[in-house]
Write a protein that binds this ligand. Structure first.
Ligand code: CO8
Length: 258
């Protein structure tokens, strides 16, 4: 496991934890910090002991956006040369489930990072928003795309144009988050869910994730062709043999991820 400066990383009971750890600046996402987050995700993705990844934030916020101090003097050529969004694109290639446990300010790039998660648990005090418009810019790490695909064009435009935060309740209402929980039990509830997922056959988990990701981009016909191939593929796994044999023998399956 790499050494990290801006995040805390821990693995326990098949779960890999990433805790954003720049609380003094509300976990503002510097480029180095984003790279660390993605490196940690990739480490967990390659680690056979880890089945699920949980991402959370230390202090008052999940993350209050990209680090404004770092980008205030940027220009388009520098952005092009930095190619920082390459790191963001790597998140979409993580095969294991990523569950976000978000609380407090979840703004701008922080909201975009939350939207990169597969499942979101939110504390009742979470506030989601894209305040970029108030800085004279707009989201750049997928915010306009992911929010629109989740909640539809008209509602997404309202939030993106106003730049005002939406409450955790509203986020739940619009399907942006999966569950709302009291702040003091946020991690506990997220872990409980992650532990259930971690019991599932790993190959099914990853091929389902892949197929659902395609549903966002493909036509129904293309998506169904893709789904079918993944369905077929699972019949070459030992876990399929074990799962169906266990059903017939009326016992619990023992999945090994092969
Ligand atoms: N960048 C840098 N520093 C920040 C950020 C940020 N995004 N957010 C907060 N901080 C710092 C503050 O400057 C302050 O530092 P200091 O103590 O040294 O003055 C510290 O965190 C605490 O913040 P506040 O004192 O402001 O705390 P408040 O409780 O008064 O206010 C707010 C909290 C409302 C969240 C306020 O801090 C705020 O408005 N923050 C900025 C929110 C914002 O505009 N986010 C969007 C940023 S732009 C963006 O995300 C573009 C994404 C592009 C792609 C992604 C690339 C990574």
């Amino acid at each position: 496991m790499s050494n990290f400066q801006y995040i805390n990383v821990l693995s326990r009971n098949s779960i890999g934890y990433i805790n954003l750890n720049r609380p003094k600046v509300l976990n503002a996402l510097s480029r180095s910090m984003v790279r660390e987050i993605v490196n940690a995700m990739e480490d967990f993705d390659q680690n056979d002991e880890i089945k699920v990844i949980i991402m959370s934030g230390e202090g008052r916020a999940f993350a209050a956006g990209a680090d404004i101090d770092e980008m205030a003097e940027d220009d388009p050529v520098r952005f092009e040369l930095l190619n920082q969004f390459k790191d963001w694109d790597r998140i979409a290639l993580i095969k294991k489930p990523i569950i976000g446990a978000v609380h407090g300010f979840t703004l701008g790039g922080g909201f975009e990072l939350a939207l990169c998660c597969d499942i979101l648990f939110a504390a009742e005090n979470a506030q989601f928003g894209f305040p970029e418009i108030k800085l004279g810019v707009m989201p750049g790490a997928g915010g306009t795309q992911r929010l629109t695909k989740l909640m539809g064009k008209t509602k997404a435009l309202e939030w993106l144009w106003l730049g005002e935060p939406m409450s955790a309740k509203e986020a739940l209402h619009y399907g942006v988050v999966n569950r709302l929980v009291a702040p003091e039990i946020l991690l506990e509830e997220t872990v409980r869910f992650a532990e259930k997922i971690a019991m599932q056959p790993p190959l099914s988990l990853r091929l389902i994730k892949e197929a659902v990701q395609k549903a966002v981009d493909y036509s129904l016909y293309e998506g169904m062709q893709f789904e079918r191939k993944n369905f077929y593929l699972l019949f070459s796994s030992q876990d399929q043999k074990e799962g169906m044999k266990a059903f017939i023998e009326k016992r619990k399956p023992n999945f090994e991820g092969k």
